[in-house]
Design a protein around this ligand. Structure first.
Ligand code: GUN
Length: 285
């Protein structure tokens, strides 16, 4: 059996078009477009690429993109000042501080300083807590994108399925587990200290791979017919981009699988635009 390839690029394009349509209505009703501020500290090339593509996608959706760059050696106070300025700016609906931050800055302090109503990353403890308790929240973009792909793959019928999330980060693993629980999956979170990760993966109908290690999940770990969502984006020494799953082997066993690139990645940016629109609509009432 060869898996169905889940086309994240196409799903993301549809979501972006949907957001752009709503942005047009928002602008006509409110008299301005939603605004997203992206803050980049330092010169990390990968972060620079992400920030540029977020800005481009924001403008393509008809929203206002504000990019603020700060030098790598700024102190935490200067960044907190900028966050506070953006919190107070009525034209800004979403604030995203690109991670990772330089070591002299406490990332949790910066995330905690963002107005939860503008926290389009969904990383603020208030949004994490709202997600965990089933209240409306701004939800982290990558897991939200994964959930959208899964809901489509299963025609909305996720209840009762066994899901394993491999990885326990605040950005992907933990919110992903909460979202799956919210859709009534039976959820296991596996991580670096889990005994026999392979056995956990073998029993799962849904596998979310978010460990950041190339080819960590072997093809023979996958239960025949399972759905595999690969969040990993790893660059090999030869320049190739690969996920956390051994795709060539897994595609022969899985029922459906996301490719890397072209799977989860495009959904993350589309969900950022969606979150910015949601934040703008909630702020304007
Ligand atoms: N760095 C890598 N992924 C992300 C993300 O989703 N949000 C932010 N702010 N930084 C990141």
């Amino acid at each position: 059996m060869t898996a169905r390839i889940i086309d994240g690029k196409a799903r993301a394009a549809a979501l972006r078009a949907d957001v752009a349509g709503h942005v047009t209505h928002f602008a006509a009703r409110i008299g301005r477009a939603p605004g997203l501020a992206v803050v980049l500290v330092g010169e990390d090339p990968a972060s620079g690429v992400y920030v540029r593509s977020k800005g481009k996608a924001t403008r393509e959706a008809g929203m206002v993109s504000v990019e603020r760059r700060l030098p790598a050696d700024i102190d935490e106070w200067a960044l907190l000042e900028l966050v506070s300025e953006l919190n107070a700016d009525p034209a800004i609906d979403g604030i995203l501080v690109q991670l990772p931050l330089p070591s002299q800055i406490d990332a949790q302090a910066v995330i905690g300083a963002i107005d939860p109503a503008k926290d389009v990353d969904g990383f603020h403890p208030v949004n994490a807590g709202r997600l965990a308790t089933g209240l409306p929240a701004l939800v982290p973009c990558t897991p939200l994108g994964c959930l959208m792909l899964l809901r489509e793959a299963y025609d909305g019928k996720l209840a009762g399925l066994d899901a394993v999330v491999v990885g326990r980060s605040n950005i992907v693993g933990k919110p992903m587990a909460q979202l799956l629980l919210g859709d009534s999956c039976t959820v296991t979170i596996a991580h670096s200290r889990t005994r026999d990760v392979a056995a956990r993966v073998r029993s799962a109908d849904i596998v979310i791979a978010a460990v950041g290690i190339p080819h960590f999940i072997a093809g023979d770990w996958i239960k025949p017919g399972a759905t595999v969502i690969d969040v990993g984006i790893n660059r090999l020494p030869d320049g190739r981009l690969v996920g956390d799953v051994d795709y060539a082997a897994a595609v022969e066993v899985a029922g459906a699988i996301t490719p890397v690139p072209g799977g989860v990645g495009p959904m993350t940016i589309a969900c950022l635009l969606r979150n910015t629109l949601v934040a703008a609509c909630r702020r304007e009432g």
